[in-house]
Design a protein around this ligand. Structure first.
Ligand code: SAM
Length: 213
């Protein structure tokens, strides 16, 4: 957490992390329901206090990732163990734990050594994610973390197609996961996976009547 603002562990492109203070300054002091039609990585909801949160995104993978992470509220070590086991299966670097990248690689490719080190393992993880029907949200989370610019990108056939990035699982990722789970444990959230028009149209603005999905 930097300057009291939590970073989303999705490190989502276009997130509002840097704008949170500005956005918050326009909100009332007490919020009964925070209605987020475009929740994305969730930087805003993470950093805004409300009694209740209605959170929506049209992207089912975004919602799937949030749901997977939330399943580990109160079980942070289990989440870390599960993610690290996958990282080890694919032989990816894990700078959170140790520096495994060879010195020669760092000298020859000073700006891209993580990408070079992780390329083959990342491709195997991506192939397995696709072959498994793209349902494994832990693998998808790691594809996002080790992927180019932390994006969720799919081709015309709907297959995940992001190349490896020059990043790995480091202390920033660990910290973001820690604060996410801590903050979410104190929030009453409901998640939706709809087009924003449907989501907004279904809300009873007098009372929350939507069923949790
Ligand atoms: C940049 S993110 C929002 C950032 C976020 N509010 C935050 O706190 O950082 C924008 C999100 O809008 C979602 N989106 C785009 N079109 C949508 C639609 N028609 N209905 C619902 N969500 C949509 C995208 O999937 C994406 O996750």
């Amino acid at each position: 957490m930097k300057n009291g603002i939590a970073r989303s562990p999705l490190f989502y492109v276009g997130d509002k992390y840097k704008l949170v203070r500005e956005i918050r300054s326009h909100f009332p002091d007490h919020i009964k329901r925070l209605i987020e039609p475009f929740v994305g990585g969730g930087s805003v909801m993470l950093n805004v206090e409300a009694d209740h949160y209605l959170l929506n995104d049209i992207n089912s993978y975004v919602i799937g990732l949030h749901r997977m992470l939330q399943g580990y509220i109160g079980r942070e070590e289990e989440l870390m163990n599960a993610l690290c086991a996958i990282v080890d299966d694919y032989g990816l670097s894990l700078s959170l734990r140790s520096d495994v990248v060879q010195k020669d690689l760092k000298i020859v490719y000073p700006k891209t050594y993580y990408a070079r080190y992780n390329k083959a393992g990342y491709q195997r993880m991506k192939a397995d994610f696709i072959a498994g029907g793209q349902q494994d949200m832990q693998r998808l989370y790691l594809l996002l973390i080790y992927g180019f610019n932390h994006m969720l990108r799919f081709n015309g056939k709907g297959q995940f197609n992001l190349p490896v990035g020059n990043v790995d699982f480091n202390q920033n990722v660990r910290d973001a996961l820690h604060y996410y789970l801590q903050l979410l444990s104190q929030k009453r959230t409901e998640w939706f996976n709809e087009d924003y028009r449907q989501f907004l149209a279904d809300i009873d603005y007098q009372e929350v009547k939507k069923l949790q999905i």
